[in-house]
Design a protein around this ligand. Structure first.
Ligand code: GBH
Length: 456
């Protein structure tokens, strides 16, 4: 075609990890197979009006039954690593009772298939699918859930630890807190606003306890996947600066600082957490081998306008007016089909600011998710997106940030939470009528990039 082909990417280090990501609740389906128990997302999706297209993830991409084909796609892509998640309700169907061997068997087979294909398995232990039985007892609002999570982590490590080197505890506790317990747009659908904050603390505690459990099983390569993006301030007004500061505190610092510095970033905020938290912070702040960042875009934030003027959707979600901050539309950048602004240079900004904020307390960084939603199999926009973000990542590395890997979200189109199947993030297209997989242009482009990077 007449479209310009992007120039070759700068060279990344030889041992840089190139991977792709998925999560169990978004791809596996087979929700009643092998003794799996119900998750909060099964229950949430069955409620009227929760999922935009009225869909659910009972089948999703059928990965549970088609994992061999998906591993083959990873192999042909040349991925060095595959980040997937283990479904807690497969392994412990009622959340705190007996371990379900048949549930672990699935991940056992998946890990063996990946290793045979030369792809390093990188399991995430929690990607939002809390066993419903635990939710019925308070879910992440109660401390016991953190302890049950650690017991589950131990069971997974006992089975897979001889073949899995690299582990991720949690995916985006910020989203579970805000969207799941604060605003109710995600499972479990609670609308507690600031009373959701105990869910943040208990997830972070669950992270720390799981790190201990993994270490006790000999794990030496552990990280977390937190979502982060730069917060841009809508104007120089005092009100906007305060609102943006609060947003940054709640979405970025509340989740980074306990993990990296062993303390909460703000006294007033800490007072809203279930106390006393001092001992918990020692557990939460244990040193990690690397720090995972999911990056999608910056957020422009100001004070809430008198009549909501200037307020933007937060990833498709309209925030309630009683919140003390309001995201605004970011103008002047292209947008994905989801409406998210495409701002690669904000990835450089984010990483450089992390290095400035946290200095030597920041371990090596891995980008555990980055990607975009576009329609179509000839997805040139996705190539432009990924190319731009890889250049921005390289720029951060050139500026001294120690980045060790990059994972594209996602290997294939999947169940995009409250959006249902309408948003397609995959390198591989999924036809939901037949579950047929078709590699997109971006898949072929990435395969060529990986070959090129592996050379010389
Ligand atoms: C990730 O969450 C999830 O880990 C993954 O499961 C999911 O499929 C994937 O991303 C794609 O959504 O610019 O103000 O509109 C993403 C977390 C939080 C990112 C909200 C986008 C929008 C903020 N998202 N954010 S705004």
């Amino acid at each position: 075609t007449s479209e310009p082909v992007p120039a070759p990417l700068p060279r990344f280090p030889r041992d840089f990890v190139w991977g792709v990501s998925t999560s169990a609740p978004q791809i596996e389906g087979a929700v009643a197979d092998g003794g799996r128990g119900p998750s909060v997302w099964d229950v949430f999706a069955a409620q009227d009006g929760r999922i935009k297209d009225g869909s659910n993830a009972r089948v999703a991409t059928g990965h549970y039954h088609r994992y061999r084909e998906d591993v083959e796609l990873l192999e042909r892509l040349g991925a060095g690593a595959y980040r997937f998640s283990v479904a807690w309700p497969r392994v412990v169907p009622d959340g705190d009772g007996a371990v379900n061997g048949a549930g672990l068997d699935f991940y056992d087979r998946l890990v063996d298939a990946l290793l045979a294909a030369g792809v390093a398995p990188v399991p995430t232990l929690f990607h939002w699918d809390t066993p419903q039985a635990l939710e019925d007892r308070g879910g992440w609002l109660v401390r016991e859930t953190a302890e049950h999570f650690a017991a589950y982590a131990d069971a997974v490590a006992a089975r897979l630890g001889d073949r899995v080197a690299r582990w991720i505890t949690l995916n985006e506790p910020a989203e579970v807190t805000l969207l799941g317990y604060g605003l109710g747009q995600h499972a479990p659908g609670r609308q507690l606003l600031f009373d959701a904050l105990p869910a943040a603390h208990h997830q972070l505690l669950g992270h720390g306890l799981a790190v201990q459990a993994l270490r006790a099983r000999g794990a030496t390569d552990i990280g977390i996947a937190n979502s982060h993006g730069p917060t841009w301030t809508a104007s120089g007004s005092e009100a906007d600066i305060a609102a943006a500061g609060l947003y940054d505190l709640l979405l970025n610092r509340l989740f980074a600082e306990p993990v990296l510095l062993g303390r909460y970033p703000d006294e007033e905020l800490a007072a809203l957490l279930p106390g006393p938290v001092a001992d918990d912070l020692t557990v939460i702040g244990q040193s990690l081998d690397w720090y995972g960042i999911n990056y999608y875009q910056p957020t422009l934030v100001g004070a809430p306008g008198a009549d909501g003027v200037g307020a933007a959707d937060f990833g498709g979600i309209r925030l309630p007016p009683e919140l003390p901050f309001a995201p605004r539309e970011i103008e002047g950048y292209p947008r994905t089909d989801f409406g998210w602004p495409v701002v690669p240079e904000a990835l450089t900004e984010l990483l450089v600011s992390f290095r400035e904020r946290y200095g030597d307390r920041l371990p090596p960084v891995v980008i555990t998710e980055n990607g975009c939603s576009y329609e179509g199999i000839e997805d040139r926009e996705r190539i432009v997106f990924l190319d731009g973000h890889l250049r921005a990542l390289h720029a951060a590395m050139a500026a001294g940030v120690d980045v060790r890997g990059y994972f594209v979200w996602s290997l294939m189109d999947n169940f995009e939470w409250a959006e249902g199947y309408a948003r397609r993030f995959g390198l591989v297209h999924v036809d939901y009528a037949t579950l047929e997989r078709t590699p997109k242009s971006s898949y072929h482009w990435l395969r060529d990039v990986l070959r090129e990077q592996a050379r010389g």
